[in-house]
Design a protein around this ligand. Sequence first.
Ligand code: GLU
Length: 497
Amino acid sequence: MPKHDHPIRTRYAPSPTGPQHIGGIRSALFAWLFARRHGGQFILRIEDTDQKRSVPGSVEQIMAAFDWLGVDIDEGPRIGGDYGPYVQSQRLEMYQQWANWLVAQGHAYRCFATSEELAEMRKAGRGYDRRYRDFPAEHSDEQAAQGMPHVIRFKMPLAGRTRGCDMIRGEVAFDNAQLQDAVLLKSDGFPTYHLAHIVDDHTMRISHITRAVEWLPSFPLHLQLWHAFGWEMPQYAHLPVLLNPNGKGKLSKRKQQFADSRGKTVPVLMQEFQAAGYLPEAVVNFLTNIGWNFGDDQEVFAVKAAIPRFDLQAVNPANSAYPIAKLDWLNSQWVQRLPADDLARRLKPVLEAAGYAVDEALLREVAPSLKVRLKSLNDVVGMAGFFFENWSEFTPPAAEILIQRKMDAASTLAILRGALPVLESLEDFSAEAQYSAFSAYAASSGQKNGAVFGSLRAAASGQKVSPPTFDTMQILGKAESLRRVKLAVAALENAAP
Ligand code: GLU
């Protein structure tokens, strides 16, 4: 394990703008993995300096998302910690003090340009022309004392290059002339991200800053700011972003309706993954595997197992297309790995949300038979909801469901009639015993297994897709299975006497 002089402290610093985007959560996961790998701390900080965009309840949503994924937070709002408050709007005084300190040191200056002046500069196609950069200090102080509205801007070097090091991308260098004198403190006393994150990351003793690569163009400004403060700089890792599934354009919140090649809506917001019936184990596995590899060609892994292997330096710098198709596969892998009782526990709320009164003992019986078939937890409703309906009210399905491919009413009727004595004769009603009996029946009656098993499935479950036929009948029991097959026979006789 590499040695670090200081404790490793990473953070996730979202703006509380409502539902969490999967890209942000993925960045957070990398920060968390890194902290856990090195026995450090993972901090949640809320960057709510853009008050207009703040959505109430966001913090709870963010924390619930982490909780669901099994990502634990050491310090943050609602949790507390030694370096709080962890919400930027509660730290305004600190930013103001440090902004004024930069002014006093000559690293920053007050700018009194009016919005009309700024609009004119924009119209002329120029950026801010630094008109207050050399404004005499005594005038600046006087105007500020008179309460003239102003912002505080950073004095970016006008020439030369700013060099820095990124953990994922290596050495980076930027021409200073390309950069503006960025605003650090707005006229309403709120800081911009540039100032706030540096003051916070310094005072919260953050050792590694992981953030989206979109911040890379501002990196030289941040490097200069650290330098101006004279503080020891944390390491930065600019993470690749997720692109739309077709590889074009950044995966955006607004594109949440983006459909994949199969026309399925692609989940982008955290709550959409929950709603779509994915297991948190699968989602966290999926996200960790985008831009980082577990190694040994292993694609299914528990996030805990990834901790000792994780390194920020091993993150692939290239942005990656959102490999959403893999999530269904991963989810089915995780469903298969779950102990049946655990699967039952997770299926219960899904069935209840669909309106079923769930008998838990019955659900525990059904769960093992679902393992290999469920892609999403939500599939349980269509596949096995019928178990939780009132059995006495069961009605046989329509002929088109009973009649299997390449069969007709007459041949289906013949199969089901012939199946009745086989069912009746079975003393051992286990799925295995049924399988042998009905395989023998298929062979002796010159039918394909598929035709016999499929007809029985439809008769017993009332649907085309269900858990395996004989598991289904075993759970229903002999009497109920017989009753249902008889009902199907009667229905077919009525349809085609
Ligand atoms: N609030 C910033 C964002 O959401 C945080 C970036 C960072 O992690 O420093 O992009």
